[in-house]
Design a binder for this molecule. Sequence first.
Ligand code: LER
Ligand code: MN
Length: 271
Amino acid sequence: MIRSAITVSLVEEARGGPFVFWDGLADAFERSAGLGFDAVEIFAPGPDAVNPDELKSLIEQHSLSVAAVGTGAGMVKHGLSLTDPDAGKRSAARDFVKSMIDFGGPFGAPAIIGSMQGKWGGDLSRDAALELLAEALNELGPYAEKHGVCLIYEPLNRYETNLLKTVADGVEYLKTLDTQNVKLLADLFHMNIEEANLADAIRIGAGYIGHIHFVDSNRQATGLGHMDYAPISAAIKESGYDGFLSAEAFPIPDSQTAAEKTIETFKHFFS
Ligand code: LER
Ligand code: MN
């Protein structure tokens, strides 16, 4: 079943970033439940930022799930990346991701590798960086399996990565991995920059896409840009996707309006 989700950031350093809620978990859960969302996606500074008992009680109180947990704080707060030329830093990056897998796993929430994938450049060739990333994913994918969750890898647009930028490239890359427990994140904002046709890209990703960032062309909430959701939603449904459509969008004009616009679009195309 396709379910709705919405992001909350607990990372002060990321303020100004594309997350809908910013005022803590309790606020995010209450507003999300009030609007009829199915789940919350959490961007946290680290594995200890959230008390698991508190999260458990919010989940129960509001009948919500945790859709996914972001790992970008490893980069934003600690400057870590899985393709750092320095082996010690790569190892610290993998440890950070593991700690986030251990945080989200018990709640059934996969961890997302977005900015933690890093970039190639300097002495590090593109092939070498992709090899380092594959080593990391081959370790972290099976690591996530012990919680019964997958690991999510997100192709990004050209301004945020020079590694993999399209769904098709992501699919081909996943096929080269030893693990089958890594799925792609199709972020409609990144795709709007990189894909020739978003619906075709979704079809190419059928069976490989494990999470979707549901957002408009300008990274505002759905309905506030010029994305054409009719062909995109048709492709998502045709592809048999049964994960979350998660609003990773700027809180413009404010969090509540962004959340309302998202659930309105979700209901229009997916209910
Ligand atoms: C970054 O642009 C992004 O889309 C996030 O989901 C990555 O963690
Ligand atoms: Mn994203």
